[in-house]
Design a protein around this ligand. Sequence first.
Ligand SMILES: [Zn+2]
Length: 158
Amino acid sequence: MEKYEKKYCKIIDKYIKESFRELKDFLIEVEEVDNTSYYALADYSKPKVFTIKISKKIRKWSDIEVRAMLAHELGHFVVYSKIGYHLTKLSDFFEERFRFWKRIQERKADKIAVEKGYGKYMVKSRSMIKGKKEIKKKKPIYMTVEEIKSYAKKIGEW
Ligand SMILES: [Zn+2]
């Protein structure tokens, strides 16, 4: 395995032991990819196997940004593990076509990452990307810094 993939796997292993226990029976693979439109993608590649595809662009991200991203991706896997393989594939189909559906899924993953205690990483990492186009939209796909903070405080995970 390549150096960066190893680094990501190490964090994932720790996350699963510490806070994502419900994923312990799944195989979680990390695959670095070139030339993608995304930074990271959570894929239910086959039953019992989750794959996080991670762009090489992320190599230069800070540790906090990487940790926040991985908590979010594992958040997607928590949802997938609950609804199962086939419904996940159906959901993916809609996600590719409808922004509102993608938004629901992304916010769900964010919420789970906050519930697991990673809100602070997410706020730090999202504060860094402030100013990017997506964040200025009226209904951003992801939770905003303010939303993460207030949700984390509400549930006592701040
Ligand atoms: Zn996501």
